[in-house]
Design a protein. Sequence first.
Length: 338
Amino acid sequence: MAGIDVAQKELVVSLGRMHEDLTTEIYGCKTFRNSDKGFKELVAWVTRFTSAEVAVNYVMEATGVYHESLAYYLTDSGNRVSIVMPNKMSNYQKTLQIKTITDKTASQAIVSFGLEKKLDIWQKPKQIFRELRQLTRERGQLIDQRTVLKNQLHAEQSEAFPNQKSIDRMKSLIMVIDSQEKEIMKEIRELTKQDKEVCKAVALLCSIPGIALLTAAIIIAETNCFNLIRNKKQLVSFAGLDVREKESGTSVRAKPKISKKGNRHIRKAMHFPALTAIRHDERYKAIFERLVGKHGIKMKAAVAVQRKLLELTYIVFKTNKPYDKEYLKTPIVDKEAA
């Protein structure tokens, strides 16, 4: 078993094995560059220190995009790869009671996790998921740039002696970004129609109140069409919308907060759909109003709706049934927020 802690420029690799008496041993650790040359050196090093009769399983966390090149290289080379959700590793590391967290201890924890757990073998996602993710993230970056420009434009126009040339340049840049955004949205629409699986998934997700093409495309792209997700709780944690509480005796009692340790693209994409669902769907409006009446914090209530909408995307996809508006007739039960 090879556990790999992936960073932008480095790969810290630890080797481990399990003996017949089920005890585990970590017997090697080395650092490599996160590059094609480093990948070759990594495989050669692992091969040198493991028996030819043993099939090595390479285990790593899903760390943004930095792990992807290595995962593709190892899979294309005929190696077994398992990718673990960051929240799973984070929870597992807490059980180890590691006092000092370094890249080395992180890779050793990944080895131990791989030896103790039964892991799925990672399969390369379809190209359409990669393309969708690139497009949706590119659009997100453009929107952020446009927001900055609009703020700068407003500030310049509010000055006592505004510079008209600066104003014209900023307006010109905003127009360019508007045009590029339209091009990207056109590409997203065309891309989602090319694949039957994606087209069907988008249609199912868009049946949910507040969720339109863009949000559906982001969720599908970031989860590889829910390929790494096993249940709705895991999806919520993957997005960083899971609630973290800290209590110890009677003296320590921090306010519950979402962890934000997850995919920020999904988390960001759920903001406006939740607001739309609150305005136009009676069920979510009732949940929102009840929570606001309970603690008086609108943003906290809106996040709870985001979480429920995200859970619903998984349910709708897995059951292969669109959102049922008649479900409004059933009693509203909000166990998490209760």
